[in-house]
Design a protein around this ligand. Structure first.
Ligand SMILES: Nc1ncnc2c1ncn2[C@@H]1O[C@H](COP(=O)(O)OP(=O)(O)OP(=O)(O)O)[C@@H](O)[C@H]1O
Ligand SMILES: [Mg+2]
Length: 423
């Protein structure tokens, strides 16, 4: 099995690049290859333009920060932060550099403490201090915040952004948390099953995901993805068949919608982010908005908003790798109980061949009496109260329509390079 396959990626000096993807997709392996801790079986690693596959890790001038803090337990924070400086030059006075570093991180008062006397967040800052004290040419960070609670994580996230910008040091940061990736990265590289899916700015990833996996991985609540069939009879209005309901495309067609004609009669995947849909009656439709209905399955109160889970009578598209849970540690419980094992095997198999991203027509379990998770999520104001089973009118803004082909590749908005269209 290949942990990473055919990856091509470049990072500009001073840039903050995030490697993002689900568990086991090869993020840490990539980072370890860059650090020199993992052999590269095929291909080249260039550092400052020079071939670097054979350079031993300690000569690469990179500092790594791991998820597990890995401080020396018998050293104080001062000694931990100063340690890389001691290795560099055993006789130099390390204190000024250690103190500047501690000031940057707001841990001046903790310098005489041992790791066991520090909280998780404080330890992580000391670990960060140890990484930056000798001003490396690059930082490699592997999920450095994932052991911390949500509040501290978002606080330290802002600090990392500020610190790396201040130091201007090239940073490669690994995470499986899309919100972290979006808020930190100048560029984000999304990986799946060892294969790079897309590398773009956070904005472009969100607005123009190249495939259904990237679309589904980026953004909360997750984009609504529905299986559909496209109808484009000559001389008639084009429409998208969603199962129980149909989306007529507004006339005149915009160029992106016109290009969908070639999918006539084919299975496609429709993507609608929650901001493309609102709860409102057809009478309030603006130009380009199409009416649909949904049946309320359940409401999720979030404080500043509520998420309404609806059943629109469509079949959600299953995205390989995304649906599979993080692997459990062996020996705990019986792994083959309950649903999902077949899906996981299928996902694994799909990850190996790494071609299609979507799985259409999964075997449908018989619908339980009334409660289903719904196939569609819409945002609403927090005070909205809706009864389970109530029918609500929806307006969809088709300017924000995404369409993916049966393999999960985006076809609307049309990709910049239109493969196969010259024929
Ligand atoms: N030393 C190893 N020997 C064999 N296989 C390995 C080794 N290290 C990792 N793998 C496998 O390579 C794949 C990628 O692993 P990697 O640790 O890079 O994933 P990751 O994206 O960092 O995941 P996570 O988010 O869980 O840390 C996984 O399938 C993993 O089981
Ligand atoms: Mg990892």
């Amino acid at each position: 099995m290949r942990a990473v396959d055919n990856l091509s990626l470049s990072v500009e000096p001073g840039q903050f690049l995030v490697l993002l993807g689900p568990s086991g997709c090869g993020k840490s392996t990539v980072l370890r290859m860059i650090a020199g801790l993992e052999d590269i079986t095929e291909g080249e690693l260039l550092l400052d333009g020079a071939y670097a596959n054979d350079i031993p890790p300690h000569e690469r001038d990179m500092a790594m920060v791991f998820q597990s803090f890995a401080l020396y337990p018998n050293m104080t924070s001062r000694e931990n932060i100063g340690f890389p400086l001691r290795v560099q030059d055993p006789h130099a006075d390390r204190n000024p550099r250690v103190e500047t570093t501690a000031r940057m991180l707001g841990i001046e008062d903790l310098l005489e403490r041992y790791p066991r006397q520090l909280s998780g967040g404080e330890r992580q800052r000391v670990a960060m201090g140890r990484a930056i004290s000798r001003r490396p040419s690059a930082f490699l960070m592997d999920e450095p915040l994932s052991n911390l609670d949500a509040k501290l994580r978002s606080y330290l996230r802002a600090e990392i952004a500020q610190l790396t910008a201040e130091l201007g040091v090239t940073t490669i940061y690994v995470t499986h948390d899309q919100a972290e990736a979006m808020s930190l990265g100048h560029r984000v590289a999304v990986m799946r099953g060892g294969v790079l899916q897309q590398v773009s700015t956070p904005r472009e990833l969100y607005a123009l995901p190249e495939n259904v996996f990237v679309a589904a991985f980026i953004g909360t609540p997750r984009i609504n993805l529905l299986q559909a069939v496209l109808h484009a009879p000559l001389g008639h209005r084009m429409s998208i068949d969603l199962g129980r309901q149909r989306l007529p495309l507004p006339e005149p067609l915009n160029p992106d919608h016109q290009l969908l004609r070639i999918q006539q009669g084919r299975q496609i995947i429709v993507g609608l982010r929650s901001e493309a849909v609102r709860i409102a009656p057809p009478s309030q439709a603006r130009p380009g908005e199409i009416a649909l209905t949904g049946i309320v399955q359940h409401m999720e109160y979030q404080g500043h908003e509520s998420l309404v889970h609806l059943d629109t009578g469509s079949t959600p598209a299953v995205v390989a790798d995304l649906e599979s849970p993080r692997p459990q540690s062996p020996g705990r419980g019986r792994a083959n109980t309950g649903p999902g094992i077949l899906t996981r095997i299928k996902d694994r198999a799909l990850a190996q061949i790494a071609a299609p991203v979507a799985v259409l027509d999964p075997p449908q379990p018989p619908r339980e009496r009334s409660v289903s998770a719904g196939d569609f999520v819409v945002r609403s104001w927090p005070d909205l109260r809706l009864r389970t089973g109530a029918q609500v009118p929806l307006l969809m803004d088709l300017a924000h329509l995404y369409v993916f082909d049966h393999l999960g590749r985006r076809i609307c908005p049309a990709p910049a390079d239109l493969p196969g269209l010259e024929v």
